[in-house]
Design a protein around this ligand. Sequence first.
Ligand SMILES: [Zn+2]
Ligand SMILES: [Zn+2]
Length: 233
Amino acid sequence: MKLLQKLYDICFPLPEVCPVCLKKQERLQVCDTCRAEALRRRSLYGQCQRCHSFGVQGTGCSSCRQWPAYLVGNLAVWPYQDGWQQVILDFKFRNMPWLAAALAAELAPVLPAEIDLIVPVPLHKNRLRERGYNQSALLAKELSEKSGIAWQDCLMRVRDTPHQTGLSRSQRLKNLEHAFALRPGQAVASKRIVLVDDVFTTGSTLLQCAQELHRHGAVEICGLTLASGQISF
Ligand SMILES: [Zn+2]
Ligand SMILES: [Zn+2]
């Protein structure tokens, strides 16, 4: 299998660029300039201390004000705009699963230390069939390899809900009601869990997934996303 992988890598080498600004690098990796620029925008716009929405000062914005205590927060490293938005759309919709390792490398430094399990936000099986992969599961797997913390694809999306784009926060919450369930045979009781997703927008997906995990005994849940939106000027 390793030999096959090596042959594949020789035949299909990854582009040696920064996936955000596309400047040449030694290998496929986010460059220092893009990292520094994300930090600059964080200090420029502010970031909610609880859910990491960009463009928010302090704690408890409209996306996280009504969170239960077991949902301790969300961590997001990029603003959902410009090259960062582009690379996430490429990763998610344009058949570029090979971006997973380079993107997970940006999440790894902020992964909380005190956790037991990494869980990806699931896709409905119809969507998975269309896309061929679940981008959040690829991130979770890479993060597990980098950190040594176990990952488990333990949630499933039981309702094929309409796209969330363009819906308000309350419409999104309604749209996602009972959309997620713990897979049969999975156990999350007493576990501290990091839920991985690509983008945090209104927080409704994270909230619904966390509710389901908590219902089965998970004690502490934190979101981890590449980017967060909500920037308004
Ligand atoms: Zn760059
Ligand atoms: Zn917030």
